[in-house]
Structure formats: C-alpha cells, structure tokens
Design a binder for this molecule. Sequence first.
Ligand code: ADP
Ligand code: MG
Length: 257
Amino acid sequence: MVIKYGGAAMRDEPLREAFATDVVLLKYVGLNPVIVHGGGPEISDYMRRLGMEVRFHEGMRVSDAATVEIAKMVLLGKLNSDIVQRIGRHGQPAVGLSGEDGWLFEVAPVPNAEQVGFVGSIERVDVDVLNHIAADYIPVVASAATDRAGNSYNINADEAAGKVAAALGAHKAIFLTDVEGWLDDPEDGSTLISRATVAEVEARLASVGGGMRPKLQACVDAIGGGTQYAHILDGRRPHSLLLELFTDEGIGTMVTP
Ligand code: ADP
Ligand code: MG
C-alpha cells in the first residue's frame, strides 16, 4: 500500500504522531505501507528564513540550483528523518531514501524547464530497492531525485507516489491532503465527490486546478499500473487512514478503474 503524506497531516504535531501510529499498525497487520512524502510549505519556510525568493509557475516551484539544494536539505535532512524516527519510536523500523537511492527514480526536466528550472518528471521507477527495504522495514521516500549527470531536481510528491504505486502494482494508493477530498466546487467542502472512475476523472482533469490536479493524475497513474483503489483523504482528521480502511463507508474520494 502506497501512502502519499503531506499537507496538513505533516504540519501539526498531534497529526504527525497519529500518522506514525497508523502506519505502524498497518505494518503489523501485514498491509506493507510504503510512504512517499513532499514538504512544500516547509521548504518555503526555510527559503524565506534564508532570505530567498519563493516563486511558483503553474503550480511548480521555480527552482534554481540553490532552491533545489535547500529543498533537498529540508526534505531529507529534516522531514524524512523526522518521519523515519517517529515511525521507529512507535515500534516499527523505517528506512528513509530518495530518488537516487538504488536509482529509484529516473528523472528528466519537465517540458517547461525554461520557466521553472530544476523541476523533474519521473520517467521510470525501479522498485527493486523498495522491495528489498519493504521486506523488513517501512520505506519512507522523499520526493527528490538526481539524474545520471548529477543534476538534482524537485519532483511533485503526488506524481512520485502515483508512479511508485503503479510500479509496485500496489493494492491501494492513498493521498493525504488538506481538504475533504476531490470537491465538485473547491470552495465548498460539502461538495465531496466520494467515488469516481478513471474515465470520469480523465474527463474532468483539465478543469481541475491547484494541487488537486497532480493528485487526480497520480490516482489515474496508479490505477494504470494495476492499483485497484486510489483514495484522496482529509489528512486534517486524526487517523483518517484507519477511518478509510476499517470503516464500511470510508471517507474522502475513491477512484476505481
Ligand atoms: P498537498 O500538500 O496535499 O499536496 P496541495 O495544496 O498541493 O496539498 O493540494 C490540495 C489543494 O488543492 C486544496 O487545498 C485546494 O486548495 C486545491 N484544490 C483545487 N481544486 C480542488 C478541488 N476541485 N477539490 C479539492 N481541492 C482542490
Ligand atoms: Mg501538492
């Protein structure tokens, strides 16, 4: 099971603890969780602290070499390490890695690299390293990667999670976010779309904006690789993972083939 961790569930201390206990429980019951995380807001915080300008272009962080350096330091040195130790403290050993470990991700610059700089898209996922780690540990993947020429890139964590789920043929892919799920009207939390097929998502994808579009695309990618269910859940709710998995009605948006 692949879980994309980010947004609200990562910013608040009690939610971070609840997430770690849930992941440990999933490992105990044999669901074999693989975590993929981003860290956008924290990267922006650190950049501002260093007096760097934070800019986005069409939802992508404009990333010169210095920005990627900070992003990597925050993702790996702080966030990844925090998630790994937290899961470990709750009783299951975790191992942190990013795209260059075992050449997990092969990346290429995005088509509009001229505007956004070192933003990468994932061309190929080699799950060998993940399978080795997941046999005994909980893998925690930071969404950063380096190409074989040595250039480092920012990558969208939703894209990474969707492609990891596809490459693993994961049973489920779960995306934790900071809204109820995919909303018909993004301004109105009561307009949750609780179920959609891949065809329905694809028909509407071009009209979806902000951070929801890469999440829906990632659901489509995951299912294209054999994942049976992709879910977008409200990470602001403590234990949203367990609520989805172990209640009949579930929560959030479920995408199916
Ligand atoms: P995350 O950290 O979970 O990736 P993002 O900010 O990237 O968070 O993506 C979630 C955001 O997408 C929501 O907070 C919301 O502002 C935005 N959004 C845009 N369109 C929609 C939609 N149709 N339904 C839900 N959220 C949407
Ligand atoms: Mg996002």
